[in-house]
Design a protein around this ligand. Structure first.
Ligand SMILES: [Zn+2]
Length: 272
């Protein structure tokens, strides 16, 4: 348990109003680290009146998320990384802070008005929600669960699929959002059926990962193929097959749950 990060109330400050703490700096869709760690408030000259979002306590210190203006030049020891890459440098408490900061800055930017009556929202001082001063409706960040599945066949080969949006021939595991009304196992079965026409059994939970792009929680599973003729849907997936470790195509880089599932399968692969 990452006891050194405690999620807390979210408040907006002018950056000159905050004294010290950790900074979660976001530039476009990148996270900015200093010497592969989190920068600290005061180390970097932020533009005046930059809003800070306090998202909790990291090692008992305040932790502020900041979205840098598009024209803000960053350099020297400060390096922008994709989240997948940047998170690998951090310990577990700092990684939670990073994912929370990324998700909440997005949520704040996109939840400025009441969805019911259109009045500008106000922060709720004691938690991370926002309230409408007119109709009193309350709004909270919503996490979108998504499943990702490592399916093996009766020869322990792994199902890998090419999504039409993947570059460089990268193949990965079947994944998709949980639909409203479904449980996780139903989402696993539906995604496999829809995308590659495969039925599965022995669905087992593997692990999870916060994926704030902008607000997902990835839930990883393993499963056994149990029927159906492999047939990509031609819309999302244009190629799929079962592979052994020595015949597999390019797969996702480290830092994702998909990578963990694939490397776990490789480690335990045995020809039966
Ligand atoms: Zn309202």
């Amino acid at each position: 348990m990452a006891k050194n990060f405690i999620p807390g109330a979210v408040r907006l400050y002018d950056c000159s109003a905050a004294e010290s703490g950790y900074l979660l700096l976001f530039s476009g869709d990148k996270v900015v680290l200093k010497n592969n760690g989190l920068p600290r408030l005061g180390e970097i000259a932020l533009p005046e009146e930059t809003p800070l979002l306090e998202i909790g306590k990291l090692y008992r210190e305040s932790c502020f998320a900041v979205r840098l203006p598009d024209d803000f030049v960053i350099g020297g020891e400060y390096v922008p990384y994709e989240l997948r890459e940047g998170r690998m440098f951090l310990d577990a408490p700092s990684e939670i802070a990073l994912c929370r900061g990324m998700e909440l800055t997005f949520w704040h930017n996109t939840h400025r008005f009441c969805g019911s009556c259109g009045t500008p929202l106000q922060d709720i001082p004691e938690d991370c929600g926002r309230i409408c001063p007119q109709c009193r409706a309350r709004f909270y960040p919503v996490i979108a669960p998504a499943v990702i599945v490592a399916v093996t066949d009766d020869r322990n080969r792994l199902l890998l699929a090419h999504n039409v949006n993947f570059k460089n021939g990268v193949h990965s595991l079947i994944a998709g959002f949980v639909e409203t009304g479904e449980n996780l196992e139903q989402a696993v079965r539906r995604e496999l059926r829809e995308e590659v026409n495969i039925e599965v059994e022995e669905i087992r939970y593997f692990g999870s990962q916060s994926w704030p792009h902008p607000n997902s929680l990835m839930l990883g599973f393993t499963a056994k193929a149990a029927g159906g003729e492999l047939r990509p849907d031609g819309v999302e997936i244009d190629h799929a097959d079962f592979y052994t470790p020595d015949t597999m195509p390019n797969t996702p880089k480290p830092g994702s749950l998909g990578y963990r599932l694939i490397t776990d399968w490789m480690k335990n692969y045995r020809k039966d």
